[in-house]
Ligand binder design. Structure first.
Ligand SMILES: [Zn+2]
Ligand SMILES: [Zn+2]
Length: 82
């Protein structure tokens, strides 16, 4: 599965270019990650890197299943590449 570029851009705009992860077992305990991301650095190492994450593995490639996560949070979900 992969999101279309259009879906990713919409999700990015909704997120305001920030990681909105609220997963409690991550380092941003009990809060929102809110890490500022850099659009050009999708899927890369370094400052502001991020990935478009499938919230549910069976949820498809629609906007409702697309979550913008910083790289640390994306890896921390345990579903790397998903
Ligand atoms: Zn994050
Ligand atoms: Zn997180």
């Amino acid at each position: 599965m992969a999101f279309s570029g259009e879906t990713v851009e919409k999700a990015w705009r909704q997120a305001g270019g920030k990681c909105k992860c609220r997963r409690k077992r991550h380092d941003h305990n009990y809060g929102v990650c809110n890490k500022a991301l850099v659009f050009a650095n999708r899927g890369r190492e370094g400052r502001g890197s991020w990935e478009a994450h499938h919230m549910s593995a069976s949820g498809g490639d629609g906007l409702g299943n697309c979550e913008i996560l910083c790289w640390n949070c994306h890896v921390g979900t345990g579903t790397f590449g998903g």
